[in-house]
Design a protein around this ligand. Structure first.
Ligand code: HEM
Ligand SMILES: *[C@@H]1O[C@H](CO)[C@@H](O)[C@H](O)[C@H]1NC(C)=O
Ligand SMILES: *[C@@H]1O[C@H](CO)[C@@H](O)[C@H](O)[C@H]1NC(C)=O
Ligand SMILES: *[C@@H]1O[C@H](CO)[C@@H](O)[C@H](O)[C@H]1NC(C)=O
Ligand SMILES: *[C@@H]1O[C@H](CO)[C@@H](O)[C@H](O)[C@H]1NC(C)=O
Ligand SMILES: *[C@@H]1O[C@H](CO)[C@@H](O)[C@H](O)[C@H]1NC(C)=O
Length: 542
């Protein structure tokens, strides 16, 4: 059965912002979309639940992540466009304005997720969106494309002892007026605590990790009690009722316009809306040299293709998954769905036999995310004739109970394209521990007619270079030319190898394989391949 794609696209197109696969922000979307279940990406689950439970006494990850974003953007200079959300905070932790372990904790949580496609500053933005989602806060649009600073920027985060005038000036310099300032502080201080170890003068009792004082009676829920308790004088916010008048910054800030802004924020719906707006503006406070993407939306149907590789018998293995968001509005229910791929071979001919994707079994084949999203996973694995191979595919979703069929062609782009001219021979690649360093050996195969002696495929390896005094490593790209492995040829492909050394401290990283860049022809690129998926024995090419 074939349904014209125009009709089909109309069905799903209303709910999505016409996502075209692949996107360079797929990795960030994964981190945002799923925090538990089958294929959990492990980033957002650090803030689920919103409260304590990070394993460190007195630490509420969600609150720390929100505060970290503020301390990174607070030094922005709107008149020059310098600073903003650029992760320069990593280099600024010896300053009195950045006291406490919260910032290093925040950066440490990002260690595993930094890639050439997810900068630390994009991960910071993601962390705020995730923290709010976990704490029942508003949904804040996440744009991507931030570029990390490589050194400290100017100082200037407001401190509790600063007078109102200098605090105002600091916010103004960063592009925020009085109302913005009041809103931003009220929204931020909806979550979290003052820590006695950092501000002993603000928290009564002994200075211990556990001894913390919340800003309001619901520090693990993103709500406006911080506002209402201020207005009805029932607050125990240390920055309002603390023993030392000099340190009462929330009192000065909240009253800066005669309580006009705070009174408006006493309406819960208005509070959520104003907070969503001010947080979005904070995330979009970036250096003037940065161009942000459109907001990343959670994708309804997303394929994940493992790079093809040649098998011993000369066929190529097509393997991967389809993630389907359960969407009652569109009547998409993963428990009532049959998924398959119809594909075209390299000559463009449609193949009548579809590739069936079966419901994944591990963890019920489901992932769970924020905003009540659930996803169902379908897995496929099929050997294909390497010559005919695959050019692209459509995804068929068939509702079992009704028989209704939805055919997705990647938003009218002609299908989901598969890279089949360049192969990543993962079984013949390896990562061997040599003690101080690791030896990486990557094997690739390229279709013979694309082999150009002057322009071999290249490996782009993201080294994770540790930096003294800084929590996160710097990514340094090394480009290595592949060498032809002479005398080996299979199914019309020739084999190549590239060897590299990876620092033991940063061995878990990513690399890309690229072919065709110098040839004037089509460029093929396999991205974000993971060293941690490699075994320590290189299979032999047979
Ligand atoms: C005048 C401006 C501000 C001052 C003087 C200020 C001051 C403080 C202080 C003293 C703490 C306690 C830190 C600790 O003990 O570890 C704190 C915590 C916090 N601040 Fe602010 N803040 C300001 C604005 C903001 C803004 C604009 C946000 C976010 C939008 C924010 C978010 C937070 C959060 C979430 C915490 C709790 C952190 C935790 O529980 O670990 N603050 N702030
Ligand atoms: C603002 O509200 C606080 C808390 O109720 C109160 O102490 C203060 O007097 C109010 N300021 C004005 C100008 O009404
Ligand atoms: C109040 O805090 C300020 C700023 O930290 C400090 O200089 C002052 O000595 C404190 N006052 C008292 C009475 O502790
Ligand atoms: C693979 O496909 C090619 C091109 O369509 C065809 O010539 C060849 O016979 C096929 N090989 C096998 C083993 O089916
Ligand atoms: C690359 O590494 C592999 C695996 O360690 C090794 O067998 C091969 O000899 C190396 N090739 C070169 C050119 O160093
Ligand atoms: C943050 O972590 C780095 C790297 O481990 C360390 O050198 C630095 O002292 C830490 N800073 C703070 C304030 O904890």
């Amino acid at each position: 059965m074939h349904i014209p794609s125009a009709i089909i696209l109309g069905l799903l197109g209303q709910a999505t912002s016409s996502y075209v696969w692949p996107s360079k922000y797929d990795h960030l979307e994964d981190l945002l979309a799923m925090h538990s279940g089958y294929l959990r990406f492990g980033f957002s689950d650090l803030v689920v639940p919103c409260g304590f439970g990070s394993g460190l006494p007195g630490v509420q990850n969600a609150a720390e992540w929100v505060r970290s974003v503020f301390h990174d953007i607070a030094t922005f200079d709107a008149s020059t466009g310098v600073g903003g959300l650029d992760a320069s905070l990593q280099f600024e932790l010896d300053r009195p304005e950045n006291v406490g372990s919260a910032f290093n904790n925040t950066f440490a949580a990002m260690y595993d997720f930094i890639t050439p496609q997810s900068s630390v500053s994009d991960l910071l933005a993601l962390s705020l969106v995730a923290a709010l989602a976990a704490c029942d806060g508003p949904k804040v649009p996440l744009r991507a494309g931030r570029v990390d600073a490589t050194e400290a920027g100017p100082a200037g985060v407001p401190k509790p002892e600063d007078d109102l005038e200098s605090t105002r000036k600091a916010f103004l310099r960063a592009g925020f007026n009085d109302e913005d300032m009041i809103t931003m502080v009220a929204c931020g201080h909806s979550l979290g605590n003052v820590h006695s170890v950092n501000f002993p003068e603000l928290v009564s009792g002994e200075a211990t990790e556990e001894n913390v004082a919340p800003f309001d009676s619901s520090p693990t829920n993103f709500d406006n009690t911080v506002v209402t308790e201020y207005l009805d004088d029932s607050t125990s916010n240390p920055l309002i009722v603390g023993a030392n008048d000099t340190m009462k910054s929330d009192k000065r800030v909240f009253g800066a316009d005669g309580n006009a802004t705070m009174s408006a924020l006493a309406d819960p719906a208005n509070f959520q809306a104003k907070c969503a707006d001010i947080f979005e503006r904070m995330l979009d406070t970036v250096p003037s040299t940065v161009t942000l993407s459109d907001p990343i939306e959670i994708v309804d149907v997303k394929p994940y293709i493992d790079p093809l590789h040649l098998q011993e018998d000369g066929s190529v293995l097509l393997q991967g998954r389809v993630r389907v968001r359960n969407n009652p509005e569109q009547k998409i229910n993963g428990d009532d769905l049959e998924v398959s791929l119809s594909y075209r071979d390299l000559s463009g001919a449609s193949i009548s036999e579809p590739v069936v994707a079966n419901r994944a079994r591990a963890r019920g084949g489901q992932s769970f995310g924020f905003w009540d999203n659930t996803f169902t996973w379908f897995e496929f694995s099929q050997s294909l004739n390497a010559t005919a191979s695959i050019r692209d595919f459509d995804i068929h979703l068939k509702t079992s109970s009704s028989g209704a069929l939805l055919v997705l062609d990647n938003e009218g782009t002609g299908g989901y394209a598969v890279t089949s001219d360049l192969l990543y021979q993962q079984p013949e690649s390896c990562l061997i521990n040599n003690g101080a360093a690791m030896a990486l050996s990557v094997t690739a195969a390229l279709r013979k007619d694309l082999v150009d002696a002057n322009s071999p495929p290249v490996l782009h390896l993201a080294h994770r270079v540790a930096r003294p005094g800084v929590m996160l490593p710097r990514l340094q790209l090394e480009t290595i030319a592949f060498e032809l492995i002479p005398g080996v040829e299979k199914s019309g492909y020739q084999y190549f190898r590239a060897n590299a050394t990876v620092e033991a401290s940063g061995w878990s990283t990513t690399f890309d394989i690229e072919a065709g860049a110098g040839t004037g022809g089509k460029v093929h690129r396999l991205e974000l391949l993971k060293t941690n998926a490699l075994s320590d024995t290189c299979g032999s090419i047979s």
